[in-house]
Ligand binder design. Structure first.
Ligand code: P6P
Length: 333
């Protein structure tokens, strides 16, 4: 049951210790909270303000950019203007890291983010999300990003905001997973669920079936098994929203599996779509903190070392039993 008087900041300041100093975590989450409120309020009226549709540009991912992709990225840059102890911002929408020496002090942090996840849903009033990962920067890092190109196990905090019928913020700082709901009456994120545990197995799976001819045979074998309806353990239902945050949130609360398998191209190479550092690593941190698992089909995603900021990986994330079943099915060959 929600604890109306337990706001996000009060919870952070009074909760169990985490992977970073409480004051640093509170200062960073205070900014994330402002970002979540600004985006939530804008999404609710974007259609009336002509904010839907495309900018006419192509973003660095080679995708047609939506107006809200550009605007939500600006919200991060604007809100973190005086964002110390955060000195570096890394976004799905920006080729390079944005480094702000002015906010860089002894202990500083990088925020890596997908400002608007699921943006194919912007014009049809579908679920959308914001995903963020927080990493500690090495002293005297200057403009380099080498200290950031490290496995996801080195994140100090991560979370996401789901803009659905309600707006919910889910985060971990290494001491469990907590979920907060934005109370429109208070305009505050208030604690809804604390120390969330993901069910060990679920009854749904999420995948874009339209790509099935591009998947490794192991993925097709896995889907055939999960839908063979021989018994309860092979009678899953398909749920796919087009927004990773929404499909993952279902797994967190009810169990199940989200997968975006590698797609085999003409040259025989298999490539994932979702981005490792600001989509998969934060969600993997949350999944594991809640007792779930996250794999690229062969190994823990949190052990994969990124080669570049915008690296992609296949993903199998959710309940432990389903992720283990996927790995046993040789889903990535
Ligand atoms: P497709 C959104 O662009 C996203 O990154 C995830 O939120 C979502 O799960 C996936 O891509 C959807 O991709 O190819 O099924 O449209």
């Amino acid at each position: 049951m929600a604890q109306q008087n337990m706001t996000l900041l009060r919870h952070v300041l009074t909760r169990k210790p985490s992977k970073l100093p409480t004051d640093d975590l509170a200062l960073i989450l205070e900014r994330i909270e402002v970002i979540g409120k600004r985006i939530s309020h804008e999404l609710a009226r974007a259609s009336l303000r002509g904010e839907l549709g495309f900018t006419g540009e192509t973003n660095i991912q080679g995708e047609e950019e939506k107006k809200l992709d550009e605007w939500t990225n600006w919200v991060f840059l604007d809100t973190f203007e005086r964002g110390d102890p955060v000195c570096s911002l890394i976004s799905e929408e920006m080729e390079q890291a944005e480094h702000r020496a002015g906010t860089c002090r002894g202990s500083s942090y990088a925020v890596l983010f997908d400002p608007l996840d699921g943006s194919s849903n912007t014009d049809i009033n579908g679920s959308l999300g914001t995903i963020f990962s927080i990493r500690k920067r090495a002293p005297n890092h200057a403009e380099s990003i080498e200290d950031i190109l490290r496995p996801g196990d080195e994140q100090v905090a991560a979370g996401y905001i789901l803009y659905g019928p309600g707006t919910q913020l889910t985060f971990t700082a290494g001491a469990g997973v907590d979920i907060f709901t934005l109370d429109p009456m208070l305009d505050q994120f208030v604690l809804w669920r604390e120390s969330v545990q993901m069910p060990r197995r679920g009854s749904t799976y999420s995948v874009n079936h339209g790509n099935i001819t591009k998947f490794h045979p192991g993925v097709r074998k896995l889907i055939e098994h999960m839908t063979s309806r021989k018994d309860k353990s092979s009678s899953y239902s398909l749920r796919y929203t087009g927004a990773f945050v929404a499909d993952f949130h279902r797994c967190l609360l009810e169990g199940g599996l989200f997968m975006y398998p590698g797609e085999i191209s003409a040259d025989g190479k298999s490539k994932g779509k979702l981005r490792l550092m600001y989509e998969l690593e934060p969600m993997s941190f949350i999944a594991e903190q809640a007792g779930g698992r996250a794999s690229n089909g062969k190994k823990r995603l949190l052990e994969v070392k990124p080669q570049a900021l915008h690296d992609r990986q296949p993903v199998y994330i959710g309940s432990a039993e389903e992720v283990e079943l996927a790995e046993r099915s040789n889903v990535e060959g």
